[in-house]
Design a protein around this ligand. Structure first.
Ligand SMILES: NC(=O)c1ccc[n+]([C@@H]2O[C@H](COP(=O)([O-])OP(=O)(O)OC[C@H]3O[C@@H](n4cnc5c(N)ncnc54)[C@H](O)[C@@H]3O)[C@@H](O)[C@H]2O)c1
Length: 246
């Protein structure tokens, strides 16, 4: 495997498990030093130890805690070149019975923290003058919607919009920002309600005939984080096995 992230320093939110963990593993394999920011203390520590990363506990809903933890992580890494905003939640709730608490919780985790992390990390990148890469986890739902996903889909559409503004405002500093829009990836997210029928149905929507695995997303994240992605910015890239093509 190429070591195309050699010498790069990366921060991955929600890196304790799932897609985030796979991105951390891939970045480390590609030569990066990686800091995980996650709420899950024991899974985060276990992942960090297993893959050779650092763990920092933070609840991204808490902006002050997130800023302080990012300062510590950037200090430990000796700088930062890559930010992956991956922490997120998916809850199901039909529009007509959705509570405002459910709506607010989704936005408080999926969207608002991206402003905080982007501010902190981009300031450090600009000060260092070496450019940088920001990768935001959106979703196919941000483009296509999804039943019971009014809050989730809206938050992910907002992630795509925020990513575009980030690309526009930070491009002059050599910082790229892109969103990844995974389709249906087999992780803990959605696992509690997943059935064999769901897997068969969703697999049939992909021309490749299968659901995604975290490594499918991690490979594209590594590409965007590397110099191979230098001329891509403001994009919302589908990683859906062709489930959607726009
Ligand atoms: N799994 C999918 O099918 C799918 C599809 C499209 C997009 N995504 C997106 O990919 C990202 C990762 O999802 P996943 O499938 O790996 O889910 P996951 O539930 O396995 O992992 C999410 C991670 O985010 C962390 N996290 C959640 N809330 C947090 C908080 N308040 N503070 C800090 N960390 C927090 C969790 O602890 C966990 O480690 C999410 O943004 C998700 O919306 C997933």
């Amino acid at each position: 495997m190429s070591r195309r992230l050699e010498g790069r320093r990366a921060i991955v939110t929600g890196g304790a498990r799932g897609i985030g963990r796979s991105i951390v593993e891939r970045f480390v394999a590609d030569g990066a030093q990686v800091a995980i920011l996650d709420l899950l203390e024991s899974e985060g520590r276990e992942t960090a130890e297993a893959v050779g990363a650092r763990f920092f506990r933070a609840d991204v809903r808490d902006a002050a805690q997130t800023r302080a933890t990012l300062t510590a992580a950037i200090g430990a890494l000796g700088g930062v070149d890559i930010l992956v905003n991956n922490a997120g939640i998916l809850r199901f709730s039909p529009l007509l019975s959705m509570s405002l608490e459910e709506w607010d919780e989704t936005f408080a985790i999926n969207l608002r923290p991206m402003l905080v992390t982007t501010q902190e990390v981009a300031r450090a990148m600009i000060e260092a003058g070496r450019g940088g890469k920001i990768v935001n986890l959106a979703s196919m739902a941000g483009k296509a919607g999804g039943e019971g996903q009014g809050h989730y889909a809206a938050s992910k559409a907002a992630v795509i919009a925020l990513t575009r503004v980030t690309a526009i405002e930070l491009g002059a500093h050599g910082i790229t920002a892109n969103a990844l829009c995974p389709g249906y990836v087999l992780t803990e997210m959605g696992a509690a309600t997943r059935t064999a029928e769901d897997v068969a149905e969703w697999s049939s929507y992909s021309p490749l005939g299968r659901l995604g695995v975290p490594e499918d997303v991690a490979g594209v994240a590594a590409f965007l984080a590397s110099s191979d992605g230098d001329y891509l910015t403001g994009q919302a890239i589908n990683v859906t096995g062709g489930m959607i093509m726009h």
